[in-house]
Design a protein around this ligand. Structure first.
Ligand code: IVH
Length: 675
């Protein structure tokens, strides 16, 4: 048996070795300034390894020996972020940037001076990491911004990420959630593809996909073999610590040993911003990794708070993206696609061409007017780009390269899928198929419902939806929630594995954020952005269903056509039946926390709490009341406006009744604060 003192000594020695190894990892992987040779490092590592093998109870899950190659997992768990990882609004020119700047001025007042922090916009995969008391707890992909996939085992294999933050001895930081980008350096990417090719395996299209494919690996050993890099640029949530500026936050990131996004700069005005953008663009090709623009943030925390956020992005930051690359190819044909709204849209079939990191063989031509406007013909040599470096787009034909063999593009008179006659109203840019049962429309609606931005049911893609419809297993979206795995696995070419995966993912998707639910409904004219806006403006699906035309058009972004479309959607009985059935089948909608607009909702209202709350802690409840402008008191008096009564309430409950003060159950309180 080991003597207690010896055991304590071993524990200390293990701690010392871990700290020492982590420090050398930092010097090697973050600072690029190693102090010891690889051989000396190995000695430290082996010593730790030996001690841990001898004393398995002393193995820390965050020990350097635990970083490489954990066992494969079958799927990633879901992680909830303390604060959402928002996206960024974007501009593509200095003029647009000045538009952003003017908006800041409008909100903050003309006289205010605004400083910025600027960083390159890394083209990789966004992740969030949580540390508790300085210890790494988990890492997750950004997912939908609210929840992500737990990729901790994989992230642990990235040696530049500390498992222990380098905090001052007395500094206590109970929780810190930080956000960064996982990237693949260009030269590593070339090496990786050469290796994959030599092994006869599929190569990656670009470094971003290599980063994503390497991190979202069920087998951490594969991730461990890939030289991923991570850079951090934002602390999304921290307890017991405040920053007065973003620049201070970046310095803190650096200080605690986390790799900071390179080339960050503090800027004083819009001219500095312009120069920063130009300089970064010039340097772009020489950087070892890919970037697609710069990110400009208002530096002062106070101003950031005043500016606030909308559900998709903060108002205090903007991505200024580089103009997209342009290349030439040939328009081989035009395919007419029927979408879920019945719109028949032209798709360009192109001679495949490599552009902005991917091979493109299709691009939208938008509509007939656009074909007319750019004057394009089949057989033309055309210039294409990728809007925002993502969506392929045909810019124009090169008319003087024509040889006379080019053919005029003629839109179809009948639906290319169900052959019913297409109609076109004068104020619509599309011909439409109005057959509600058109297989293309039904398939596309269900596909939309299951898509990433909506219910995100992985495995339920176009092919699967088509089979389910053809086999009469489903008829509309609500049937998805009645699927049974034995029925699925009996379908032609579906194994048990796929069937179970889909059932599992269907189950997982049932808890859904409000804006995604709205988006999934596929209301005509309500896309990604308007779904966010509607979720911001209505506290529940019921309120949205009952919204009047006036209420809707009073929302800045919503015009009369969209307002009418929303009203029509909810007036349609079969749509309402589907929504009711979805809820009945267990779909629960997660409503966003109250937004800035509501900051003064509880102004001058005093709350007293008595008894235990089941869905949130006292402290959380206090904070919410305060964040909505209310006050919290510990005793009931005639100045109390509300008494919230939880389980086993005390004498405050009796007193409140006596004084005739409004008493709220926990549920009523949650409703009041919009939870
Ligand atoms: S800041 C609230 N800085 O770009 C703002 N984002 O298009 C937090 N990204 O998903 C983001 N490089 O993950 C910021 N230097 C940088 C970035 C960066 C890449 C990603 C980010 C986001 C996406 C938005």
């Amino acid at each position: 048996m080991v003597n207690k003192n010896d055991y304590e000594e071993v524990r200390k020695e293990i701690r010392r070795l871990i700290t020492e190894i982590e420090r050398h990892n930092y010097l090697y992987y973050v600072k690029n300034e190693p102090e010891i040779s690889d051989a000396e490092f190995d000695i430290l590592y082996d010593r730790l390894n030996k001690l841990e093998s001898k004393y398995p109870l002393l193995v820390d899950t965050n020990s350097p020996t635990q970083r490489i190659g954990a066992e494969p997992v079958t799927e990633f768990e879901t992680i909830h972020f303390a604060k959402p990882l928002l996206s960024l609004d974007k501009v593509q020119s200095y003029e647009d940037f000045l538009g952003f700047f003017n908006k800041l001025k409008r909100i903050l007042g003309e006289g205010i001076s605004i400083n910025y922090t600027a960083t390159p916009k890394l083209d990789g995969l966004s992740i969030g990491i949580r540390y508790e008391n300085g210890r790494f707890v988990w890492a997750a992909t950004r997912g939908d911004g609210y929840t992500g996939e737990n990729v901790s085992l994989n992230v642990k294999t990235i040696k530049s990420i500390p498992m222990f933050l380098n905090l001052d001895e007395k500094q206590k930081i109970p929780v810190l959630e930080i956000r960064g980008e996982v990237i693949y350096h260009r030269d590593d990417f070339v090496k990786l593809n050469a290796k994959l090719e030599s092994m006869g395996e599929k190569t990656f299209v670009n470094p971003r996909n290599a980063a994503s494919g390497s991190l979202r690996q069920l087998d951490p050993k594969i991730t461990a073999s890939r030289p991923l890099k991570v850079y951090f640029y934002d602390i999304t949530h921290v307890e017991d610590l405040e920053f007065t500026s973003h620049w201070e936050m970046l310095k803190f990131i650096e200080k605690v040993g986390l790799p900071l996004v390179p080339n960050a700069e503090f800027l004083e005005n819009t001219i500095d911003v312009k120069n920063y953008f130009e300089n970064t663009r010039t340097k772009r090709a020489q950087l070892p990794f890919e970037i697609d623009g710069v990110v400009i943030k208002v530096d002062s925390t106070e101003l950031q708070t005043r500016l606030g956020e909308v559900s998709h992005h903060p108002r205090w930051a903007i991505a200024w993206k580089f103009q997209s690359e342009e290349v030439m190819t040939v328009l081989k044909d035009v395919f007419w696609n029927v979408s879920r709204t019945g719109a028949v849209t032209p798709v360009a079939i192109l001679e495949p061409v490599f552009i902005s990191g991917a091979t493109i063989s299709r691009a939208t031509l938008h509509n007939e007017d656009e074909i007319e406007r750019i004057g394009i013909k089949i057989g033309d040599k055309v210039i294409i780009t990728r809007a925002g470096d993502v969506i392929p787009e045909v810019i124009k034909p090169i008319v003087n390269l024509r040889d006379g063999s080019e053919i005029k593009i003629v839109p179809p008179e009948r639906c290319p899928v169900c052959n019913s006659k297409l109609s076109k109203s004068p104020d619509d840019v599309f011909r439409r198929c109005s057959n509600k049962k058109c297989p293309a429309i039904v398939t596309d609606s269900i596909k939309h419902f299951a898509s990433k931005r909506a219910f995100n049911i992985e495995g339920l893609g176009e092919k699967q939806v088509e089979i389910l419809l053809n086999e009469n297993v489903i008829e509309n979206v609500s049937d998805i929630f009645t699927l049974k795995s034995d029925k699925l696995s009996s379908l032609n070419r579906w194994g048990d594995k796929l069937a179970q995966k889909i059932i599992h993912n269907v189950e997982k998707s049932k808890h859904i954020h409000f804006s995604r639910f709205i988006y999934a409904l596929g209301i005509f004219g309500v896309g990604d952005h308007l779904s966010d806006i509607l979720a911001d403006n209505f506290n529940s699906i019921k309120l949205l269903m009952n919204a009047s035309f006036d209420e809707l058009v009073n929302i800045k972004e919503i015009g009369p056509t969209t307002a009418q479309s929303i009203i029509n959607f909810f007036n349609n009985e079969s749509n309402m039946e589907i929504i009711e059935r979805l809820i009945k089948l267990g779909v629960t909608i997660e409503y966003p926390e109250k937004r800035i607009i509501e900051e003064s909702k509880l102004k001058n209202q005093t709350f007293v709490f008595t008894g235990g709350l089941s869905s949130l802690s006292r402290e959380e409840a206090f904070n919410i009341v305060k964040s909505l402008g209310g006050q919290v008191s510990t005793s009931v008096s005639k100045n109390t406006n509300f008494v919230v009564v939880g389980e086993n309430p005390g004498s405050k409950y009796e007193k409140a009744k006596k004084l005739g003060i409004t008493i709220l159950t926990e549920e009523e309180f949650l409703k009041l604060i919009g939870k």
